[in-house]
Design a protein around this ligand. Structure first.
Ligand code: ADP
Ligand code: MG
Length: 728
């Protein structure tokens, strides 16, 4: 059969990569002893390239040092189950009798204590040769105690006693997957290490000295050859150095992108035009200090002649939307269009309502474009956008579609960016003339400063921390599940007083042992439906309407239920976490969250933000099922103690890893191989400042250190940054 060899494509970046790095970027199969099968296992674990092995750090170690006799090896409660290296006199071989009973070699340590070496499926000839009777051998393996007897089953290492130093006494233990064993992986990693070429130092020497850090290659070797458990600590100098290398590469990339963005001309959008003035005059309240500051920062950006790329960060209900509306008004005043992108249909519709209310009576044309629109309507709006007949378009992902074009997009507002990737943001910005629209990203996920530096390091940040005046904070209580009847009675009283309730049903995580047919969404729905039925029966006599909302409902159904809830026709809305984002019903005063221990802090905080939006005090009831894990207890305690989203985010970062805080996969938040934003917050800040200084002095990375830094960027696969340097 004829086969056509696939043409080997050389990605652009590979072509530019410095030659000394080629061996590290070769596939792992280029290493001795690694075939396609092992390469597949390694790919699952670490990656496909040699360099990926370098970043695969040991999680544990085997210390074979205890010995040389049983007394020493079992001192201080050690011994049973631990690795040891013993010097043994080999006394006698006892062949096993049949399949069940293993082959045994009887031996004694230096003090005459018996130790048995045990072999299953033994090959006697081989064992006779390796463990000759009468020999003195160094034997290493896992020591086990059976009654009075010590034994080692299948020792890992054997050497003549005189050559005991040949036995590597401390070995790294790596995370592995099925089909991959330690010895093979260890060898592969050692081979990868031997391919690290000599490279110039890219870090500042004074900084290295101050931190007591070794050169890159030495650090890498050190992390792969731990001598004691302390060497596995993320805070060892070697691990910190490598984490810093990774963070610096990332900060350089973000700031190169940011500089490039900044150098692009942006439309000069003055503030103070007619629409802007009209909107400000019609606001029934004064802006808070934080809102005012954010607005000034936005106005300064948009009037600067450079492109704005700004993150507007603040808790739910702190008043971001009105700031975005004012920015939109400025843009419309300048004769350009605004796109507001929301993560869901419901939120897009809610924004439409909010903006229509804000702009009512003002000359501003607002349209909605979502995937759910009937064809004809969509086409009409599409044409209006193209002809400049609308000023503000609110939409979902539908705004991305190829045939969508703006007459003149001046401002892109993205709501809840953590549901969009950075790439999508850029894609939409590219729809403006010359790709030069100002961009404002709103997020209600308060992010610790250090994380913001890595997730949004290419952006300027405005924070709204202050809440509009007159809000009473939501009281939060935790109640064990066996007191659910009291909670039901309490919400009954609230509903009788005309207030409304959210009842959030447990989040059900995907579990590996669940058959696919019964997936998480379905079980969430089942749980919510059961609670809905129970509450409906309970309140049937009072004639209170209970509603049900879950992710499996059609969006028209959801819409209908939400509209009824917003209109006060439903007293209690039983829902899965679909209520999490942005739904705004001022008359809802209580939120009950079932199995609150299953939710993350950020999510609990978001959910709690659903209540306390009106003038009546809000309550958040966290129902939990004991016993609580330590982290669940810490989360619920934090919820009781504070309402400050930024503080909660800091705690969240301490309680769990950084990736989880943002939801790494959805957020476009970089996944680090070596750094841990929860551990290395100080290094993120340092890398941020370092990168800024470096680029201020040597914006094209042309100096001696700059050229070394280019290697660093390639090493951490930030090739795009270098491409940006070249083309910009
Ligand atoms: P966010 O978008 O940050 O969640 P919103 O912009 O939706 O918050 O504001 C929440 C509520 O607070 C809205 O009803 C809004 O009218 C009101 N609001 C916003 N700013 C102020 C302010 N400075 N004073 C009083 N109320 C405000
Ligand atoms: Mg909002």
């Amino acid at each position: 059969m004829d086969t056509i060899a696939p043409r080997r494509l050389r990605p652009y970046s590979v072509a530019m990569r410095p030659e000394i790095l080629y061996p590290l970027f070769a596939p792992v199969t280029s290493l001795p002893g690694i075939g396609p099968r092992m390469a597949r296992s390694i790919a699952r674990l670490a990656g496909e390239k040699v360099v990926d092995l370098l970043w695969h750090l040991p999680a544990n170690l085997i210390d074979r040092r205890p010995g040389p006799d049983i007394a020493a090896a079992t001192a201080n409660g050690r011994g049973n189950g631990d690795y040891v290296t013993l010097i043994l006199d080999i006394r006698e071989h006892r062949r096993g009798g049949g399949r069940r009973s293993p082959y045994r070699i009887l031996a004694r340590d230096g003090q005459g204590v018996p130790v048995t070496l045990v072999f299953f499926h033994a090959r006697p000839a081989y064992l006779q040769q390796r463990f000759p009777e009468g020999a003195k051998l160094a034997v290493s393996g896992r020591l086990e105690r059976f009654g009075e007897d010590w034994q080692i089953t299948h020792p890992d290492r054997v050497a003549p006693a005189a050559k005991r130093d040949d036995i590597a006494i401390v070995e790294a233990v790596y995370p592995v997957t099925a089909g991959l064993h330690q010895a093979g992986l260890r060898k592969a990693i050692q081979a990868a290490l031997s391919l690290v070429p000599p490279m110039p130092e890219w870090q500042d020497r004074a900084w290295l000295n101050k931190q007591g850090w070794m050169p890159f290659a030495d650090s890498l070797r050190a992390v792969h050859t731990p001598r004691s458990p302390a060497d596995l600590d993320p805070q060892t100098p070697a691990r910190r150095r490598l984490a810093y290398d990774e963070l610096l590469a990332e900060q350089l990339t973000l700031q190169i992108a940011r500089r490039k963005w900044r150098h692009l001309p942006g439309r000069i959008v003055p503030s103070g035009g007619r629409l802007y003035q009209g909107l400000r005059k019609s606001l029934p309240y004064a802006l808070t200090g934080d809102q005012q500051r954010a607005l000034e920062e936005i106005a300064a950006d948009m009037g600067s002649g450079q492109r704005m790329l700004r993150l507007l960060q603040g808790d739910v209900g702190c008043g971001k939307t009105v700031i975005a509306a004012l920015a939109a008004a400025m843009t419309a005043d300048a004769g350009a269009q605004v796109a507001l992108m929301a993560p869901t249909e419901i939120l897009a519709r809610q924004h439409l309502q909010t903006l229509q209310t804000l702009f009512s009576g003002l000359p501003c044309r607002i349209a909605l474009l979502t995937g759910k629109l009937p064809k004809g309507e969509r086409e009409a709006i599409r044409r209006q956008m193209e002809n400049g007949e609308v000023d503000i378009v609110i939409g979902t992902h539908a705004l991305f579609q190829k045939d969508i074009a703006f007459a003149d997009l001046g401002l892109l507002i993205v709501d809840e960016q953590h549901r969009f990737g950075v790439a999508q943001r850029l894609q939409l910005a590219a729809k403006s003339r010359g790709g030069g629209a100002h961009t404002l990203v709103m997020t209600a996920t308060p992010i610790p400063r250090t994380l913001a530096l890595t997730a949004y390091g290419d952006m300027d940040i405005s924070r709204i921390r202050e809440k509009p005046p007159g809000r009473t904070p939501v009281t939060t209580s935790t109640v064990p599940r066996d007191r659910i009847d009291e909670v039901i009675a309490a919400i009954g009283r609230k509903m009788a007083a005309g207030e409304q309730i959210y009842w959030v049903c447990p989040l059900i995580e995907e579990e590996e042992d669940t058959p696919p047919a019964e997936d998480a969404g379905e079980r969430e729905m089942a749980a919510a439906t059961a609670r809905f039925e129970a509450l409906r029966r309970h309140f049937a006599a009072e004639g209170t309407r209970i509603g049900l909302l879950h992710g499996r409902m059609k969006s028209e159904e959801k819409e209908e239920i939400l509209t009824a809830f917003a209109a006060g026709k439903i007293g209690c809305l039983v829902a899965t976490t679909v209520v999490e984002v942005g739904i705004d019903v001022a008359n809802a005063t209580v939120i009950v969250i079932e199995q609150a221990e299953r939710f993350g802090l950020a999510q609990l905080h978001q959910l709690r933000g659903r209540v306390g939006r009106g003038h009546k005090p809000g309550h958040c009831i966290l129902l939990y099922t004991p016993p609580l894990s330590e982290t669940a207890r810490a989360r619920l305690k934090t919820m009781r103690e504070t309402d400050d989203g930024f503080l909660i985010a800091e705690r969240d970062l301490q309680i769990r890893g950084a990736g989880e805080v943002l939801g790494t996969r959805q957020s476009g938040m970089p996944e680090f191989r070596l750094a841990d934003p929860a551990e290395d917050g100080d290094l993120i800040e340092a890398a941020h400042d370092d990168a800024r200084l470096i680029l201020e002095r040597d914006g094209d990375l042309q100096s001696e250190r700059g050229r070394a830094l280019r290697l660093l960027l390639y090493l951490f696969e930030q090739d795009n940054a270098i491409r940006t340097l070249r083309s910009g």
